[in-house]
Unconditional design. Structure first.
Length: 111
């Protein structure tokens, strides 16, 4: 749901990130497929889709599996129509990733 430029800018800052839109194997896939791929690669998911990803994470834990973590946003806090939002996302995600906040089996809401 975020433009590839966010992932590109985070990579320029030294973070190992990838956007779904950059991955032909993930574009258009169901959320369960994206979640499974992210877990297989040990990647945290950044999304505002709480309704689909929170249950996927809960199911993983219920099944005795772990997940790499979820970072939730909201369109109210990070409006996708605002051209400044991508830059704000890069800044806040860079800070969060640089802090090394452990997100395994947890969720974090971007303030």
């Amino acid at each position: 749901m975020w433009p590839p430029a966010v992932a590109e800018q985070l990579r320029l800052r030294g973070h190992d990130v990838v956007g779904v839109a950059e991955r032909p194997d993930l574009r258009g896939q169901a959320d369960a497929v994206v979640f499974a791929m992210a877990q297989g690669e040990g990647r945290v998911i950044v999304t505002e889709n709480v309704g689909d990803y929170r249950p996927l994470a809960a199911q993983a834990l219920q099944d005795g599996r772990s997940h790499a973590g979820l970072i939730f946003t909201s369109n109210r806090r990070y409006p996708r129509h605002d051209p400044r939002t991508a830059g704000r996302m890069v800044t806040v995600l860079d800070t969060l990733l640089s802090e090394g906040l452990g997100l395994a089996n947890r969720e974090h809401w971007l303030a």
